[in-house]
Design a protein around this ligand. Structure first.
Ligand SMILES: Cc1ncc(COP(=O)(O)O)c(C=O)c1O
Length: 402
């Protein structure tokens, strides 16, 4: 059971509510605030779908796919049921087969590895780089074997990963790269949007993502018409036409209501991402030189700050300190993938094998981050962070460098 702060009536208070005295509630993310800001557009779009009676696939999905592919500069976008499905279908399109090995970073959401397992392949966990927190290319090199077929880098926290070195390694070993961009819509590397590279790139529109639907949804982008066609078949029971099945696929279609909602949100996403970057800069300014270590703030659109993740070797104390002030935080992710119960039960290597990811799991903390985060809330979080950090100065010698 999750325990959340409640008021005397047992009701979780609205964001920004003064709980007692100077105590406020600052949620980690506030999806209702965003809905309220675009309520009319969303309601109108949803009503149109309801009136149309076209609930799965059809014009809304096609329209969104066209807008989405255009927005990332890809030739094709294929809408699917979730980010996890996007990864699974992309792996199948890349001909990853049962028994193949696929290298994934140890610090990611579980689905990155789970999708590999679900196509019958074996995830091989590599460590992450201590400064970018992205897949560490030298660690990848060290785990490549004769069975390796693909690598799945993750544009973690919304920071685009520069794939040049990884691509060179993949080329030299004839490996496929499939990008996990579940968190990175709207970012780019040297001006090339994530999704436009020509590699199969997988997006999640889970509600909490920076481009979030109002239910599960995802997409894969590609510049290859054959790959796109295969994705379309796979998501729809391998069926090019009703009751014809040319391959064994699955049911993982994007539904029309989600597509219509995402089309509305595409109109606002640049402004929302810009707000996130603005909030990130505010956090960075407050925390600069403090004992709480901050991520780099890339300036050219490489980061959308889907998450703002800080590091502290007093992470749990910081989390408790903020919670007692009504400020919600998250940990992305508390257990490195190779140490999760699921993979330990399958006999994967244990503690001590991927030191950076293992250390990160004890130090990282995600601060409240969403475009609608108000000045008052930011100020309130800022004050709390300063208090913690000032108190921490006295414990300075306990803190290690980022
Ligand atoms: C890095 C990463 N990969 C994959 C996924 C899976 O996406 P979904 O939840 O839409 O299945 C997520 C999101 O939850 C994610 O953050």
């Amino acid at each position: 059971m999750t325990t959340r702060p409640t008021n005397a009536f047992g009701v979780f208070p609205e964001p920004g509510t003064v709980i007692a005295g100077e105590l406020r509630r600052v949620p980690f993310v506030d999806l209702r605030a965003q809905y309220r800001s675009i309520r009319e557009e969303i309601d109108e779009a949803v009503l149109k779908v309801l009136e149309s009676g076209q609930f799965v696939a059809g014009e809304w999905v096609e329209r969104f796919e066209e807008e989405f592919s255009r927005s990332v500069g890809a030739c094709y976008a294929v809408g699917v049921g979730s980010g996890t499905a996007a990864l699974e279908l992309a792996l199948r399109v890349a001909n990853v087969r049962p028994g193949d090995e696929v290298i994934v970073p140890a610090n990611s959401f579980f689905a990155t590895a789970e999708a590999v397992s679900n196509v019958g392949a074996i995830p091989i966990f590599a460590d992450v780089d201590a400064s970018t927190l992205h897949l560490d290319v030298s660690s990848v090199r060290s785990v490549i074997s004769a069975k390796t077929r693909a690598i799945v880098p993750v544009h973690l926290y919304g920071r685009a990963m520069d794939l040049e070195a990884l691509q060179a390694l993949a080329n030299s070993r004839e490996l496929v790269i499939i990008e996990d961009a579940a968190q990175a819509y709207g970012t780019n590397i040297r001006g090339v949007p994530i999704g436009a590279s020509g590699r199969l790139t997988c997006f999640s529109f889970y509600p909490g993502k920076n481009l979030g639907a109002y239910g599960d949804a995802g997409a894969v982008t590609s510049n290859d018409s054959i790959q796109a066609e295969r994705l379309r078949l796979l998501r729809n029971h391998g069926s090019p036409r009703k009751y014809e099945h040319s391959i064994v696929g699955t049911n993982s279609r994007l539904d029309a209501i989600q597509a219509a909602i995402l089309s509305v949100k595409l109109r606002h996403i640049s402004a929302w991402n810009a707000k996130r970057v603005c909030h990130a800069k505010t956090y960075a300014k407050v925390l600069e030189g403090s004992l709480i270590r901050i991520p780099e703030i890339p300036v050219n659109g490489e980061h959308n700050f889907h998450l703002f993740v800080v590091r502290s070797n007093e992470r749990n104390a910081l989390m408790d300190f903020l919670r007692h002030r009504g400020i919600e935080t998250g940990i992305h992710y508390p257990v490195p993938l190779h140490l999760t119960e699921a993979y330990q039960a399958l006999g994967f290597p244990g503690k001590g094998t991927l030191p950076v990811a293992e250390l990160l799991a004890t130090e990282i903390l995600s601060l409240p981050m969403y475009p609608e985060l108000g000045d008052d809330e930011l100020d309130y979080v800022r004050t709390a962070l300063c208090e913690f950090s000032d108190a921490g100065d006295k414990r300075k010698k306990m803190v290690r460098a980022f």
